[in-house]
Design a protein around this ligand. Structure first.
Ligand code: FNR
Length: 377
């Protein structure tokens, strides 16, 4: 209503109203090497594009004579009530996307204002404790890149628990960086910028290794695989023993991996292909989602990669995802308008989703089942 009211009074909205416009304006506003890093993906980027196109193969049935004047989009995850089924997926370079270098804090503030949960990244310009302080009572989650050094990994996990995050998403698909031609062409960052290492450089275990006068960032760049290292099933058992927090496994797309994860006490599956940034394998996460859900058999399934609109989010939710993440869209909002830009992107996406539920006759997310969808012939 608010967005329509602005339109009807003839005001130009301060930020783009479509994803295409958002992308175009962000590409003009961002420094070229930041733009290239954020917008780019693996190989010729066909998986990245297919992630988005996959949504067009599903159509949502409109149901009439329901006209739900009230809609409820809240969900429950790990016993926590969340007002939005859409969340901000972890992004490791929010610092460089924001004009003032503090994009992680801006997104945390946007989370407080909208209720859209924020997944704070290991690679962050501000330490997780500062992000958590901004979040206050708003539930947030922590994304973990797991350093091979277990003392350091354990320290990150214990800090996330102490800071009050409600769960940890362990990212499994980035222990090596994928083949990213845009980055390799030399115009982008050769790797994550050093300003995103604050969770490492502030860590007490890491700081014990500092020699007097030594620069923490320099030591981190020199000695740490900053995306963590190889992480295998046995490492998962170790991680499980380190924390009471719910664990989500990010990057799982095969149903056999889902079953194995479930057997080992994982609390949620996070079905993602990293927005097509890691492997140009051709399989979209939307195609994987139904099999993942079947294997998960009631375990919560988070989903991301390719969501660009409220309509896309609704389709993933109707298939059965518990919650749906967005990546690049909110990074673009951040680059264009800081905290306000992020709020705009989130509110617009939620408003579209809410109005689809209204027009198409689905009062709650429980009413949105796979039967609400059909494949477009
Ligand atoms: C990411 N993503 C990501 N994931 C993660 O677990 N840790 C990280 O540090 C990052 N960093 C990161 C940087 C940038 C610039 C992007 C675009 C993405 C992946 C992210 O969490 C999510 O899986 C994808 O962004 C979802 O795809 P879309 O919405 O961007 O298509």
């Amino acid at each position: 209503d608010e967005l329509y009211a602005q339109g009807q009074t003839g005001h130009q909205p301060p930020y783009p109203m479509t994803f295409a416009d958002l992308e175009e304006k962000a590409s003009a506003a961002m420094r070229p090497k930041v733009w290239g890093y954020v917008a780019g993906g693996a190989g010729d980027e066909h998986t990245q594009r297919a992630n988005c196109e996959a949504f067009k193969r599903w159509g949502l049935y409109p149901r009439m004579l329901v006209a739900p004047t009230e809609r409820d989009m809240s969900i429950e995850l790990f016993g926590v009530r969340l007002p939005s089924p859409v969340f901000m997926a972890p992004i490791g370079v929010l610092g460089v996307c924001a004009q003032d270098g503090h994009g992680d804090l801006a997104c945390a503030r946007a989370s407080v204002r909208t209720g859209v949960p924020f997944f704070a990244a290991t690679l962050s310009a501000d330490p997780m404790e500062d992000v958590a302080a901004v979040l206050g009572d708003t539930p947030g989650f922590f994304q973990l890149y797991t350093p091979p050094d277990r003392d350091l990994a354990a320290s990150l996990v214990h800090r996330a628990e102490a800071a009050g995050f409600k769960g940890i998403a362990v990212t499994l698909d980035t222990w090596v960086t994928g083949w990213r031609p845009r980055d390799l062409s030399g115009s982008n960052y050769p790797q994550v910028p050093s300003g995103c290492l604050s969770n490492y450089t502030s860590d007490p275990v890491f700081r014990k290794r500092l020699q007097p006068g030594e620069d923490a960032t320099e030591l981190a760049v020199r000695t740490l695989p900053i995306f963590g290292g190889p992480f295998r099933w046995d490492d998962l058992d170790w991680l499980r023993s380190q924390t009471e927090l719910p664990l989500m496994l990010k990057g799982i797309c095969h149903p056999d991996d889902v079953r194995r994860a479930k057997d080992r006490g994982t609390d949620a599956i996070y079905c993602s292909n990293h927005g097509g940034r890691q492997a140009n394998g051709g399989l979209t996460t939307l195609e994987c989602l139904p099999d993942v859900l079947e294997a998960a058999d009631g375990l919560p399934v988070l989903f991301d990669s390719g969501v660009r609109s409220g309509a896309d989010a609704i389709k993933a939710l109707a298939l059965g995802a518990t919650a749906v993440g967005i990546g690049r869209p909110y990074a673009y909002g951040l680059a264009l308008g800081g905290e306000d830009g992020v709020v705009h992107v989130l509110r617009s996406l939620l408003a579209e989703a809410d109005l689809i539920m209204a027009v198409d006759g689905y009062p709650t997310l429980k009413d949105l089942t796979p039967e609400a969808l059909r494949l477009v012939r």
